[in-house]
Each structure stands twice: as C-alpha cells, then as structure tokens.
Design a binder for this molecule. Structure first.
Ligand SMILES: Cc1ncc(COP(=O)(O)O)c(C=O)c1O
Length: 452
C-alpha cells in the first residue's frame, strides 16, 4: 500500500535533478497538455499509482522551476533537500500541530526553533511567536497583537467588543510598504487607505525626518527589505521617535529579517530588535518549501490575547506553549519541522554563507549588467537588483523575451516611476555559473528587444 511513497520519491528526485537543465518557465506544449486534467469527477475510485503518474506526467512539466537555480522572480527561495525530506516525513506523521498535549513532538520542535530564531534575530527570548503560512499572515498576526495592545492601553477590549466605537488608531507605514501589509491592515479593520503614508528616500526607505507627530493609540509599520530595492528602513531613529510617542512598532521583515544571520548584512538590520513585533518568511531566504512564515511579538501576552481561544473539548490547558495560542489557525500542519531541519542542517555558518552568497550574486548581476551598458536603478544593498533596459516598453520587451527564452526567469516592476526588471537572488541552489549563464541570457534578450 505504501509503495506509492517510493514512487513519489523517485518522481520527485527525477523532477529536481532535471530542474537545472529544463526551461525555467513551462513550455507551450506543457501548458496545452493541462487540458488532460479537465475530466469529470470520477464516479468510481481511480488507481492511486495511476493518479500519481498522471499528476507527474501532466503537472510536473507545467510547473515553474521555482525550486531550481535560475528563478529570480518575486522573492522566492528554493527548498533545501533536507527541508523537502523533513516535510515529507511530517506529512506522513499528519500531525495537527495546534496543541501541545496531543502533538508533543512537533510542539517541542517549534519551541526549539523559536529559541534558535529569537537568538538569531536578536529578539527577546521571552517573545511570543507563531508559525503561519507566510509574511502576509505573519503581518496580520503581529498587527492583531499590536491592535490588542494599543487599544487595551486605551481601555478598550477589541477581541470582545470589536472596532465599533473603539478609540481610533493612527496607523503609519512607508510609501513603499509591501501591498500585503496594507491587506493585513484592511483585514484587521484598520483600513488599507486610512493609514498615514510616510515618504521614502531615493533608496525606498522611510524618511525618519518625515515621521509625523504621533499620539497613542498608534502603530508604526517599518520594513526590513524593500521588495524592489532590498533596502532597510532606518530603525534606530524611527523606533526611538515612535516609542517616545507611545506607538507600537511593527517590522515587516519577510526576507530582510534574515540579514541578521549574515555578519556583512547585520548593520542594515541594526536596531530592528527594538521594535515590538516582527514578521518573516521561512519559505523565502531559509529555503524551506511553501508555505511557511513566522510572527514574533515582544509581549507574548498581547499575541496570546489576540489569538488564543478556549473551549471545553479543546486541550488548551497545558504547562507548555500551546502552538495555536499564537496563530490565527486552530488546525494546521507542523510547519516547524522543515524550519528546524533547515536551520539544523545549515547551522549558523551555513545560513550566513547562503545569505551572503546570494547578496554577492546580486552584486555580480549588477556589475555584469552595468558592464553591458544597462542601467542599475538601485544601490544593491542586499539581494535585489533593479535594471532598466531603456524606456518602459523596451524593458518590458526584454523581460518578455527573457521569460520566453527559458534560461532564467525575472519579473517586471515599476519603482519610483521607472519600469524595471527585478532580479531577486534567494536560492540555495544558485551558483555563480548560474548567474553568468543568466547574464548571457539577459544580454541576448536585450539585443533581441533592440532588434525588434
Ligand atoms: C516585504 C514583504 N512583505 C510581505 C510579503 C508577502 O509575503 P508572503 O507572500 O509570504 O505572504 C513579501 C513578499 O515578497 C515581502 O517582500
């Protein structure tokens, strides 16, 4: 019965081994073949082995090679083989990781991971934290704790009474905050548009001299790692001003929090540990499979107050940390497993090497493109590069040609009024040779676009 797992392992291994040599984007034939999936819901059971074979035959070729070495779109880490393997094992365990009492093994593993990560990020060891699906939900979770704390100080219980009639909260974010942060604020009833936007400088960082006068209740959202430029807000002056006004400070560090792991990047992240809450992703720079994010909160009580529930049938009483006291979800998979496996197998030195190598590779991209006469729009401070190949239309043409050619994959963006191609280097699998091969492909795409 379980031989199907061997078959899956064999197929997955073949898929991963072919990634470096296949087109990064799926080809037209693979996309056309997806019509094979359009069958009616089978009235009778289908053979599991044949079902898996169909999945592999039809869907594997139609995937984007995000786990491969030359995918530079969005901010997408690959998946370290040990973290894929650990996820498989955890899937076999099929633990509902909500409660310590019923899932002690994976709950303990989460405690270990949180101990390691709070130390790595310089956060207080007593912080509360939860494993969630990604930075969007990590921002939501941490900001729910912020909402609880600032309203509770104003004498309002938001969990019990909601926001109708509550004291208004001033919410502040930079002009280049990630759109998902705004979505999280909207889901919390704090509004996507009513927030105060603070202007940014020429690097995309919030200007400390432009932070408005604040009065509690207030929440200030800062950013470690601008999705376009990879730059970091000036945490020390901003947090000092915000705290002096009694505001809660949250840091969206979806990928930037990992700068704390790399000696050469730590200065960029200096002072973020003084904030009150933080969000990050493990599926980005830690290179674990989707989906995996973490929310941290200096005041564990505020996070618990926003997230915990009790019910007679639920084993919520425990002397241990109950995982679901810190997350929006009650039932969820044991996300800590692959995070633990990745951290343990890399160690501090391996993680530092991964982060620093990707940043060095981003600079290699920038140097190579500059040498070919293309314009680099940002100061490459971490792992993000913005390149323009002339005007908006031409740049979009190069991006389209590059995606079509298949050596690598990058996406377009518009940053501070300029259309650019984004190169985001976040994968353990990327070698310097992959960078050079991709640079060649970019040069070819640029020539093609100027010829057309
Ligand atoms: C700064 C920042 N915040 C939030 C997010 C959203 O992360 P996720 O897609 O994991 O929810 C991203 C994604 O790239 C990001 O770069």
């Amino acid at each position: 019965m379980y031989t199907i797992l061997d078959d899956a392992a064999r197929r997955a291994r073949r898929y991963l081994e072919q990634l470096p040599t296949r087109s990064v984007a799926p080809g037209a034939a693979a996309l056309r073949a997806l019509t094979e999936l359009d069958e009616p819901f089978p009235p009778q059971p289908c053979d599991p082995a044949e079902t898996l074979a169909l999945l592999d035959r039809v869907v594997s070729p139609a995937t984007m090679a995000m786990a491969g070495p030359r995918f530079f779109g969005f901010v997408i880490g690959g998946a370290l083989p040990v973290s894929v393997a650990a996820t498989w094992l955890a899937a076999a365990w099929d633990q509902n990781a909500g409660f310590y009492e019923v899932t002690p093994g994976v709950s303990r593993l989460e405690e270990v991971v949180l101990r390691w990560l709070t130390a790595l990020f310089d956060l207080p060891p007593s912080s509360g934290a939860g494993f969630v699906s990604g930075a969007t939900v990590a921002n939501f979770t941490a900001l729910a704790a912020a909402r609880h704390a600032v309203l509770s100080r104003a004498g309002w219980n938001v969990e019990a009474d909601g926001l109708f009639g509550a004291p208004p909260i001033t919410v502040v974010a930079g002009a280049e905050a990630h759109p998902t942060l705004l979505k999280s604020l909207g889901m919390l009833g704090l509004g996507r548009s009513r927030l105060v936007r603070v202007p940014v400088d020429g690097r995309g960082c919030m200007r400390a001299d432009a932070l408005p006068q604040l009065a509690a209740p207030a929440i200030v959202c800062l950013q470690a790692g601008n999705v376009n430029t990879g730059s970091f807000d000036p945490f020390i002056p901003l947090i000092e001003q915000a705290h002096a006004a009694g505001a809660w400070v949250h840091v969206d560090g979806a990928f930037g929090l990992w700068a704390k792991a790399a000696p050469s990047l730590r200065p960029l992240a200096d002072g973020l540990e003084r904030a009150d809450s933080w969000a990050t992703d493990a599926h980005k720079w830690l290179n674990v499979p989707y989906d995996s994010g973490l929310a941290f909160c200096r005041d564990a009580h505020a996070l618990r107050a926003a997230m915990a529930i009790t019910a007679d049938y639920l084993p919520t009483e425990s002397q241990h940390r109950n995982p679901s006291d810190f997350t929006p979800e009650l039932s969820r998979r044991a996300r800590g497993v692959e995070v633990w496996a990745a951290l343990r197998s890399l160690g501090r030195a391996g993680l530092a090497e991964l982060v620093e190598r990707n940043c060095r590779q981003a600079r290699r991209f920038a140097q190579g493109l500059r040498a070919s006469g293309h314009e680099i729009l940002n100061e490459v401070e971490s792992n993000q590069v913005l390149v323009a190949f002339g005007d908006a239309q031409r740049t979009r043409g190069v991006v389209a040609a590059l995606q079509q050619e298949g050596t690598c994959w990058c996406g377009p963006t518009v940053w501070q009024g300029r259309t650019a191609m984004r190169i985001s280097v976040s994968s353990w699998a990327t070698t310097d040779e992959d960078v050079d091969r991709s640079l060649e492909a970019m040069r070819r795409a640029a020539e093609l676009a100027s010829g057309s």
